[in-house]
Design a protein around this ligand. Structure first.
Ligand code: SF4
Ligand code: SF4
Length: 398
């Protein structure tokens, strides 16, 4: 028997019209094939339309619904850097492990609980192991949960603040309002998405790989930032960009739109996810973010420093900076040491340069239950998505 749906949800039959409408998907697929065929005729057989779907949830939709199997041969969809857990540098995880073992309570989201450190701390490789070894680690659903907990316990605590622009307001607003108990500080691993997209696209060029010709920009991030930063990036790189929603139909429409833009030689951003994303974004959230944080050159795991790609607390909020409070070292460009496990190709997976199946550990030593690298940890990580839902299958040849 089908479980009763909560009263606040749209009726399943009506919802299916949009979510699982095969006829609608076929219509959009036809448009994709029509445009792709025109691209082939105009640009030649060797011209590959390589599109980067930036966001981890877009990769989930792509794999879960077999979107790649619907695309013509001259259209390729590659996953991008859109998983904040995957790109969190090892040194921050190591600091968090060490603090937890020294009695400081470390709050973390569930998807970072097993995020591996490259250099074990007292034999401990992740926060899950730290907890087993007696470290003080608490998994929470939100920053607010941690605030409430610290208000009760009054324990020295840090929050492992991992995330993109989507998550940043959740930290910025309570900080801006000075609602943080003095016992709590944060370790900011907050990262910004357009600089990472720029870097990934340049890296494909540097390595002489097929260049990226279109970007499917992240929907949740853009709900905060607005479409504007993607428009600027699109014009700078001369690559059409579409901010997309997360249903399979959204993705298919976004791909069709990118092909249409390529045919017309258009650049700039289009917003497919209009039901959520505006041009300017969430002004209040942005105001809070930049009141509390400032942009900084930041390290990305296995990649190194990307200019103006991170958020660190402004001087007036430094009292809440866990790095400062506990005297934790932050490497700079000179002292940075690459932090991928030997043989793990996560950094290349994140940049869309290789597929998870190109890694020798994929499902041979590295799996969601026993992750070796960061891309296998989070539900948004490309390796984890491929391992769980079979993105490695070529459905067309089944
Ligand atoms: S926070 Fe949302 S938009 Fe950003 S990468 Fe994750 S799923 Fe995508
Ligand atoms: S399969 Fe595992 S080891 Fe290989 S790239 Fe992915 S996360 Fe890294």
């Amino acid at each position: 028997m089908e479980a009763r749906r909560p009263t606040w949800e749209v009726d399943a039959e009506i919802e299916r019209l949009y979510r699982r409408n095969r006829r609608l998907a076929d219509e959009v697929k036809k448009v994709i094939w029509k445009y792709a065929d025109r691209v082939r005729r105009v640009k030649g057989d060797g011209f590959k339309v390589k599109i980067m779907n930036f966001c981890g949830t877009h990769e989930w939709t792509t794999v879960h619904y077999g979107i790649r199997s619907l695309l013509p041969d001259n259209v390729e969809l590659v996953a991008g850097p859109g998983c904040p857990v995957c790109v969190t540098p090892s040194f921050i995880v190591e600091h968090a492990i060490r603090l937890s073992l020294e009695g400081v309570r470390v709050y973390t989201f569930g998807d970072s609980f097993k995020l591996p450190a490259v250099r074990p701390v007292k034999g401990v490789r992740n926060l899950a192991e730290a907890k087993t070894a007696g470290g003080d680690v608490q998994v929470v659903y939100s920053f607010l949960d941690a605030l409430k907990d610290v208000a009760n316990t009054r324990r020295e605590s840090v929050f492992l603040a991992i995330g993109f622009e989507t998550t940043a307001p959740g930290y910025a607003l309570p900080l801006a309002e000075r609602l943080i108990p003095r016992e709590l500080s944060i370790l900011s691993a907050l990262r910004l998405t357009p600089p990472a997209a720029r870097y990934a696209i340049a890296e494909a060029d540097r390595r002489g790989l097929t260049p990226i010709k279109g970007i499917v920009a992240p929907g949740h991030v853009s709900a905060i930032t607005g479409a504007k930063p993607w428009d600027e990036l699109s014009r700078e790189l001369k690559i059409p960009t579409v901010v997309s929603g997360f249903e399979p139909i959204d993705l298919l429409i976004s791909i069709a739109e990118i092909l249409r833009m390529i045919l017309r030689g258009e650049v700039g951003v289009k917003v497919e996810y209009r039901r959520v994303v505006s041009w300017e974004g969430n002004r209040e959230a942005l105001k809070a973010i930049y009141r509390v944080f400032e942009k900084t050159d930041a390290a990305w795991r296995g990649i190194g420093f990307i200019e103006e790609s991170g958020l660190e607390l402004r001087d007036s909020y430094r009292g809440f900076d866990g790095f400062d409070r506990y005297g934790l070292e932050k490497p700079d460009r000179e002292s940075w040491v690459m932090d991928n496990l030997k043989g793990c190709r996560c950094a290349e997976v994140v940049l869309g340069l290789v597929k998870p199946t190109d890694c020798k550990f994929f499902l041979k030593g590295c799996s969601p239950s026993k992750p070796l690298g960061p891309c296998m940890v989070s539900s948004e990580g490309t390796c984890s998505i491929w391992a769980r839902f079979g993105g490695y299958l070529d459905l067309k040849n089944l």
